[in-house]
Design a protein around this ligand. Structure first.
Ligand code: S3P
Length: 444
């Protein structure tokens, strides 16, 4: 086990560039592999999750490689051109690889088996299986609706119209990816807008994707199948979900001043930063610009004293779904009560994040109440005492969140296993320590 310890730090200072956005990196490799020709990708996240996607695309016939200049290049096989992989596709810890690729191969007449680590093998896949079965795919799974599972795509993929029962960009994307190889127009309707990187990047590659707002306010996203993806260049912005960790760490220390450059700041991803500002955080967005269809900004974050507890706007939940563990650390140090609701999806992430956050914070001395889909945290305006050993259940964001909290608590915080951090933020420890944190192995 790679246990890590985080000791109390001084105020943070400096400039950092967090790794590339995980969602965009997966899509850049997948969509690049569906063009015919060369796609050049800069800023790709070289985390384990994304490397699983790269290996899967190779196993299905695409050329995916990192060049000596540090750029990644894909040479695609075209829509409909995916080859049946010889061996099961190993997805590791990566829900995004698994769900998006199940959609992609489910629209191709090939048979593919997916496997994953113990965390991914507990996560629900029924949400993608149901719409894909409607499109003609068939599944065999030995473990209910979980991995390992085998999907066989039909000869002729049916275009469907599907209203999402859960707010999930992964499910939306899985259906659209299967729809790429269907005859006719596939439409996904979402009542709650989720991250739109699939739509943005498909448009960037020349696919005609229409978004319409329906009478009831839902968004209908449609694409005609069998369009050609034109190869292009992708510049992946920094991941706002990774930026959450240095940002919260800076806010927990009065006197901090850090700059995080080139962060994706689209409105479907920026909920954490709007929420932290509402709690009184001094966060400024600078040089806002568009990069490959995505909004990007630099962030200046200053620690100016305790944040204040708030009732987090439930409408912002999808735009910060991965950031609740980090937000909970901020709430634990804030003055007053923070109420977070509509969090049912947190129970089916890399771990049951509601439970892992609640257990960990309680062990650190925080008063809180956990509901079925809510968390209420009572802060005192001071960091809690810390001094706990936190169970992380193969969840990178639980691991990083508690290391951030440990930078502020009087007693160090230890996490049981830091290995999963490599899935999304391989240089986390160096980057955080360069800003002033004191994170390292528990036993040298
Ligand atoms: C993602 C969508 C979200 C998010 C995940 C990445 C994506 O999952 O939690 O980390 O890239 O589409 P859900 O679709 O399950 O909400």
């Amino acid at each position: 086990m790679n246990s890590l310890i985080s000791k109390k730090a001084k105020p943070l200072s400096g400039t950092a560039r967090v790794p590339g956005d995980k969602s965009i990196s997966h899509r850049a490799l997948m969509f690049g592999a569906l063009t015919i020709g060369e796609t050049m990708i800069s800023g790709l996240l070289e985390g384990e999750d994304v490397l699983h996607t790269a290996a899967a695309m190779r196993a299905m016939g695409a050329k995916v490689e990192k060049s000596a200049d540090g750029l990644w290049r894909t040479y695609g096989v075209g829509i409909g051109g995916l080859r049946q992989p010889e061996n099961p596709l190993e997805m590791g810890n990566s829900g995004t690889s698994a769900r998006l690729l199940i959609g992609l191969v489910g629209g191709h007449p090939i048979r593919t088996t997916f496997t994953g680590d113990p965390s991914l093998s507990k996560r629900p896949m029924r949400r993608v299986m149901t719409p894909l079965e409607m499109m003609g795919a068939t599944f065999t799974a030995t473990n209910g609706d979980k991995l390992p599972l085998t999907v066989t795509g039909p000869e002729d993929t049916l275009a469907i119209e599907y209203r999402l029962p859960v707010a999930s960009a992964q499910v939306k994307s899985a259906i659209l990816l299967a729809g790429l190889n269907a005859r006719g127009t596939t439409t996904v309707i979402e009542t709650i807008p989720t991250r739109d990187h699939t739509e943005n990047m498909l448009r960037h590659f020349g696919v005609d994707v229409e978004t319409q707002i329906l009478e009831d306010g839902a968004h209908a996203i449609s694409l005609r199948g069998q369009q050609t993806l034109q190869p292009g260049a992708i510049d992946v912005p920094g991941d706002p979900s990774s930026a959450a960790f240095p940002a919260v760490a800076a806010l927990l220390h009065s006197g901090s001043e850090i700059r995080l450059s080139n962060i994706g700041m689209g409105e479907r991803r920026n909920g954490l930063y709007l929420t932290l500002r509402e709690m009184g955080a001094d966060i400024t967005f600078q040089h806002e610009r568009l990069q490959g269809g995505e909004k990007v900004a630099d962030m200046l974050i200053r620690g100016t004293g305790p944040l204040k507890g708030i009732h987090v706007n439930p409408a912002l939940v999808p735009s910060m779904i991965d950031e609740f563990p980090a937000l909970a650390m901020a709430a634990a140090c804030a003055q007053g009560t923070t109420v977070m609701t509509n969090l049912a999806e947190l129970r089916v992430k890399e771990s049951d994040r509601l439970l892992m956050v609640a257990n960990g914070l309680k062990a650190c001395g925080v008063h809180l109440e956990m509901g079925e889909d809510s968390l209420t945290i009572h802060g005192t305006g001071q960091p809690p005492k810390g001094g706990a050993r936190i169970e992380t259940a193969l969840d990178h964001r639980i691991a990083m969140s508690f290391l951030v909290l440990g930078s502020a608590t009087p007693e160090p915080i230890t996490i049981d296993d830091g290995a999963p951090i490599k899935t999304s933020f391989p240089n986390f420890i160096t980057l955080m320590n360069d800003l002033g944190c004191d994170i390292g192995p528990e036993h040298d």
